[in-house]
Write a protein that binds this ligand. Structure first.
Ligand SMILES: O=c1ccn([C@@H]2O[C@H](COP(=O)(O)O)[C@@H](O)[C@H]2O)c(=O)[nH]1
Length: 235
């Protein structure tokens, strides 16, 4: 069985009510999961919410997907590092100069720096939506190209769907594959397009599974999280 302290599950805390989020967090344990703060909660509750989770001992993925000019993104990831987050991300489509600037901005934090992850193509995108963006490639090839760019810019990994994980595993075995769009069998897919079950995602090469609504909207979130942990446990 995998040690709980290295849980592969990142619970996406997408709540508009702070008390609801706190009620869930109170049931959780840093050994059971990591936590993700995204645009909704950060916009509503700001850095204090992130610091609250960090102080509780959780590894926090600050999922703000920075995408701007290199200087602005560099300063933003340094600000994230000051909050003590474990992982932060930028859009890989911001380009190699932007990603390199972000990586350099984290240099002063040494071993305590957050992991820096590049977003490839959002897991909500399917080929029909993607084709309207005007790229010449299909999603699979675009994800691969952006992952290669992120790797050569010195990033620690990418956000991709688990459907691309097998192909991306060949880039570098230390390169992290952070995969949203995870759906246990029978769970509502919602607005996600490129989905996979937790077990199959890990088998495909995912490093971390980002799971939101299947846990946060479950009748019993803690039980659902424990069931998913059990389903991916290696004997
Ligand atoms: O490509 C991406 C990048 C980020 N996300 C985020 O992950 C969670 C997924 O939540 P679910 O409720 O499990 O769908 C959410 O916070 C997204 O902002 C993503 O889904 N896809």
């Amino acid at each position: 069985m995998q040690p709980k302290s290295d849980s592969k599950i990142i619970v996406a805390l997408d709540f508009n009510d702070l008390q609801d989020a706190k009620a869930l967090v109170e049931q959780l344990d840093p050994e059971l999961c990591k936590l993700k703060v995204g645009k909704e909660m950060f916009t509503l509750f700001g850095p204090e919410w992130v610091k609250y989770l960090v102080e509780k001992g959780f590894k926090v993925f600050l999922d703000l997907k920075f995408h701007d000019i290199p200087t602005t993104v560099a300063k933003a990831v340094a600000a994230a590092a000051e909050l003590g987050v474990w992982m932060v991300n930028v859009h890989a489509s911001g380009g190699d100069k932007m990603m390199q600037a972000a990586r350099e901005a984290l240099q002063p934090y040494g071993e305590n720096r957050p992991l820096l992850i590049g977003v490839t193509v959002l897991t909500s995108m399917d080929e029909a939506q993607f084709s309207k963006l005007g790229f010449q490639r299909d999603i699979d090839s675009q994800v691969y190209a952006l992952a290669k760019l992120a790797h050569s810019a010195g990033l620690d990994g990418v956000v991709c769907s688990a459907q691309e994980a097998t192909k991306l595993s060949g880039i570098d075995d230390k390169f992290l594959l952070v995969t949203p769009g995870i759906r246990p069998i029978g769970a509502d897919v919602g607005d996600q397009s490129r989905v996979m079950t937790p077990k199959r995602a890990l088998e495909a090469g995912a490093s971390y599974l980002v799971i939101g609504r299947p846990i946060t909207q479950a009748a019993n979130p803690l039980k659902t999280l424990c069931d998913i942990s059990e389903s991916i446990a290696i004997d």
